[in-house]
Design a protein around this ligand. Structure first.
Ligand code: PAF
Length: 295
C-alpha cells in the first residue's frame, strides 16, 4: 500500500496502471474509518484491479465550523485499517493541495458559485432542496465540488458510496451524469452495529449514555418498515416522531418519507414507485442520519 499526499504523484502511478489496462476502483472518505468504509474498499477490491481510497476532511461541505473542527482525524489508524484490507493506494492531500485560497475564501463568504460547476452546467434541481440539503445549506455543493475534483484526479472506472448518505448518493449520481464522468457509481448497503446503529465516523463522539440510547433510531426505522403495509404515511410519520421525541437526549431534525428516486416527500404511497424513510437528529452534540428503503 502506498500513501500519496500529492495529486501529481498519485496521477503518475495511476497512469501506469491505466496503460497496463488495469481498472481503478475509488472509495472517497473523510477518514475516521469503520467497517462500513472497509466494506466499500473490499467491494472495490473484488471488482477492480487497483483500489484507491481518499482520506480528506473536506472543508467546503461543512456549514458548521465547529463540526469541521471536531471531525475526528485518525490517519495513522485509518492507514492500518486500509492495510488490513489490502487497499492499494491512499490519497491523503492537504487542504492546499485540493483548493485554491480563492475557493476557500468564497466558501467562507458562503458564496457557493465558485466556478466548480463549469459555467453552471450542473443543476441539482429539487434534489438538494429537501432533507439534508434544506438543513445544511451549501453542504451538497461542497460534496459535489470535492467529489468532482477527486474524480478528475483519480478518473475511476467505479466509485463506491454508502447508502447511509442516501441523498448524497443521488447528488453524486446526478453530478457524475451532468459532468459526463466515465465512472460507474455503486451504492452499497448500510453497515450496522450489532444493536442496529448505522456505522458512522461521528459515533465515536457519542458519550456512553448517548451510545446506549442510539439504537432507538434504527429500531424506529425498522418498525416503520414493518408498519408500512398497514398504515398511512401520516401515521408512520406520527409514530416515528413520537418515538424519537420520547427520548429526551434526542432532538429530531426531520423524519421524512420520500420518493427514493427524486427524494421529494410523498404523502401517499401511490406517488412513488419506491420510497425511502429518512431521519436526521441530534443526539447530544452529535448529528446522526439514517434511512431505510420501505418498498
Ligand atoms: O461521505 C463522505 O464521507 C463525504 O461526503 C465524501 C463523499 C468523502 C466527500 O467528502
Amino acid at each position: 500500500m502506498i500513501i500519496f499526499n500529492r495529486i501529481q504523484e498519485l496521477q503518475y502511478q495511476l497512469n501506469i496502471a491505466r496503460k497496463a489496462k488495469k481498472t481503478i476502483g475509488f472509495v472517497p472518505t473523510m477518514g475516521a474509518l469503520h467497517q462500513g468504509h472497509l466494506a466499500l474498499v473490499q467491494r472495490s477490491k473484488a471488482e477492480n484491479d487497483i483500489t484507491v481510497c481518499s482520506i480528506f476532511v473536506n472543508p467546503t461541505q461543512f456549514n458548521d465550523l465547529s463540526d469541521l473542527e471536531k471531525y475526528p482525524r485518525t490517519l495513522e489508524n485509518d492507514s492500518k485499517l486500509l492495510q488490513s484490507v489490502e487497499c492499494d493506494y491512499i490519497f491523503a492531500p492537504e487542504v492546499s493541495e485540493m483548493y485554491t485560497n480563492e475557493e476557500l475564501e468564497l466558501k467562507r463568504q458562503k458564496i457557493e458559485d465558485n466556478g466548480w460547476k463549469q459555467g453552471k452546467t450542473v443543476d441539482f434541481g429539487m434534489l438538494d432542496k429537501v432533507m439534508e440539503g434544506a438543513h445544511r445549506p451549501g453542504h451538497f455543493n461542497g460534496v459535489a465540488q470535492v467529489v468532482s475534483k477527486l474524480f478528475r484526479i483519480v478518473l475511476p472506472d467505479k466509485a463506491y458510496f454508502g447508502q447511509k448518505d442516501f441523498q448524497q448518493l443521488a447528488i453524486v449520481r446526478s453530478m457524475t451524469k451532468q459532468l459526463g464522468f466515465n465512472t460507474e457509481i455503486i451504492g452499497c448497503p448500510i453497515i450496522r452495529e450489532s444493536d442496529g446503529l448505522a456505522m458512522s465516523s461521528r459515533n465515536v463522539r457519542l458519550t456512553e449514555t448517548e451510545r446506549n440510547v442510539s439504537p432507538l433510531i434504527s429500531k424506529t426505522l425498522f418498525k416503520v418498515k414493518e408498519m408500512q403495509a398497514t398504515h398511512t404515511i401520516a401515521e408512520l410519520k406520527a409514530f416515528a416522531e413520537a418515538q424519537i421525541q420520547s427520548e429526551p437526549l434526542m432532538q429530531l431534525e426531520y423524519f421524512e418519507i420520500a420518493d427514493a428516486e427524486t427524494l421529494q416527500p410523498i404523502s401517499d404511497y401511490k406517488q412513488a414507485k419506491s420510497a425511502v424513510a429518512c431521519i436526521a437528529l441530534k443526539l447530544g452534540n452529535v448529528r446522526l442520519i439514517d434511512n431505510i428503503l420501505l418498498y
